[in-house]
Design a protein around this ligand. Structure first.
Ligand code: ADP
Ligand code: MG
Ligand code: ZN
Length: 472
């Protein structure tokens, strides 16, 4: 059965103050309801004053997604009655948004963007002693009320939950590169996911956070709807809620109960005129976007498209770490291999971004140089990375704790001793068994505290064993 998915993504924009007042947008460690004023609490007689930075951000999102920037757009009031919205309407854009009709490519598929508009975030509702369905009462935190949101609406172009997730991963990276969205300040992306099967009615799963959750919610919905169709029944148009614990979706409201929002133009806000000069100023100030960076990395550093993609899409901080390493250390291919295969794994294991971690381009480059000089084995380097990410100690300090690198003569003595202690393995190797060599190298490295170049050690072992057989 064919699946159609369209997403509405709400991105909390990176501004100092809220959309229509001067309250702090992302107050740190603030008490609930402390970052509020008459405007974001919707007192009668107050008037909104728009935050220009938020408009700048939506223009740059529109441009990055290949949209047309509308020279005139409007603000409207979306009327509904709910405690998260004290004015009883939300200021949003309805008829004409700031940006329309763009697209991005995700794994070779074109996903059309219908619109990008600006709106205010409602307050946060906390279900005090349960969830949406079981809580006996709710708490409301108006610190979030009035935070600027960009809403990005796609056409229903995605054909599987997996594709929807890939789209979100790509979109969020673009938003991060544009610096319009800063997770470290507590900003988040919330998704309304629309899905239908075989041309039937669609369900909209509201307010899902986390891309894995979006994929799970959509998978659940796909199966649910396909089962209904298989039974010869019709899927109803409805709004559903995703239960993060049970990983299932449930009816929130049916189409016939869906509110009529009664949009009207907001008389308090003027028509938004975006001149060509404004647009081109934003365009000129736009940073390099991920896809352009992938092409540049692949060419400039000769690391290939796959590695370039992993580095760039891991995040802006990871990409600039790579470039910083390449300024100090001259082998980009090795840098990329060690960053992707080992550094990134250790970071992921700690759920840490590189910018929050103790790793630095300086000390990481030092580690790579130590491998090149044969001061540490690759295997030991992998262990050092784990400790390095955990503690931030210099790789050279971690390595020197296991003693200085043995001298050539010292290494030869250790090789001799190991061969004497492991006569069985030595004679097996002499008889042509290669596994025995690996075993002997391991035994030598154990003695040296993992210091010494395995290739050099192998050479010494071979030499010692062949000398011994000549002597016999
Ligand atoms: P409405 O205006 O009723 O909210 P829209 O047509 O504006 O509906 O679409 C809202 C979202 O739903 C968009 O992201 C769109 O891509 C998606 N959508 C529309 N029709 C379908 C469908 N048949 N299946 C899945 N998603 C859909
Ligand atoms: Mg909607
Ligand atoms: Zn305020």
């Amino acid at each position: 059965m064919s699946i159609m998915i369209g997403l509405e993504v709400h991105c909390q924009l990176n501004t100092e103050s809220k959309l229509f007042c001067s309250c702090e947008a992302y107050p740190k460690d603030a008490q609930p309801n402390s970052s509020t004023c008459e405007i974001c609490l919707g007192y009668p007689g107050t008037k909104p004053v728009i935050n220009k930075k938020a408009i700048d951000h939506v223009i740059s999102i529109g441009l990055a997604l290949g949209c047309r920037i509308n020279p005139e757009s409007y603000f409207s009031r979306k009327t509904y009655f709910y405690p998260d919205m004290p004015k009883n309407y939300q200021i949003t854009q309805y008829e004409v948004p700031i940006a329309s009709e763009g697209s991005i490519e995700v794994n070779g598929m074109k996903i059309r963007i219908r619109r990008v508009h600006l709106e205010e975030d409602p307050a946060r509702i906390l279900y005090a002693d349960g969830n949406l369905e079981t809580a006996s009462h709710v708490l409301v935190d108006y610190n979030r009320a009035g935070t600027p949101l960009a809403e990005i609406v796609t056409e229903p172009d995605m054909k599987s939950p997996k594709e929807a997730r890939a789209f979100l991963e790509k979109l969020s990276t673009i938003l991060e590169y544009l610096k319009v969205y800063d997770q470290s300040k507590g900003a988040s992306l919330r998704v309304d996911a629309n899905i239908s099967v075989d041309g039937g009615e669609r369900a909209e799963v509201k307010n899902v956070t986390g891309f894995e959750n979006v994929e799970k919610a959509l998978n659940y919905e796909a199966v649910r709807q396909q089962n209904i169709v298989r039974l010869g029944r019709k899927v109803e148009r409805e709004t559903r809620h995703f239960d993060e614990v049970a990983k299932t979706t449930r009816t929130l409201r049916k189409k016939e109960f869906e509110e009529d929002y009664g949009y009207i133009f907001d008389p308090d806000l003027p028509v938004l005129d975006i001149s060509d000069e404004w647009k081109s100023k934003i365009e000129k100030g736009m940073p390099e976007l991920p896809d352009t960076m992938v092409k540049r990395f692949s060419k400039q550093y000769g690391i290939g498209d796959y590695d370039a993609k992993v580095i760039v899409y891991t995040g802006r901080d990871f990409a600039s770490f790579f470039e910083d390493v390449c300024r100090i250390y001259s082998k980009p291919k090795a840098a990329s291999r060690w960053m992707i295969n080992y550094l990134l794994k250790s970071l992921n294991w700690r759920s840490e971004r590189i910018s929050q971690s103790r790793a630095s381009p300086d000390t990481f480059s030092e580690l790579l140089a130590m491998i090149d000089k044969g001061e540490i084995t690759e295997r030991y380097a992998k262990e050092i990375i784990k400790e390095y990410v955990d503690t931030g100690f210099r790789p050279s300090d971690i390595a020197s704790r296991s003693g200085p690198k043995p001298s050539l003569q010292g290494l030869r003595d250790i090789v001799k001793k190991v061969i004497k202690d492991n006569t069985k393995a030595a004679s097996e190797f002499a008889a042509g068994k290669n596994d025995a060599l690996a075993y002997l190298i391991g035994a030598v490295l154990k003695e040296t505290g993992k210091r010494g170049d395995p290739k050099e050690i192998a050479k010494m072992i071979k030499k010692e064993i062949s000398n011994a057989s000549v002597a016999q």
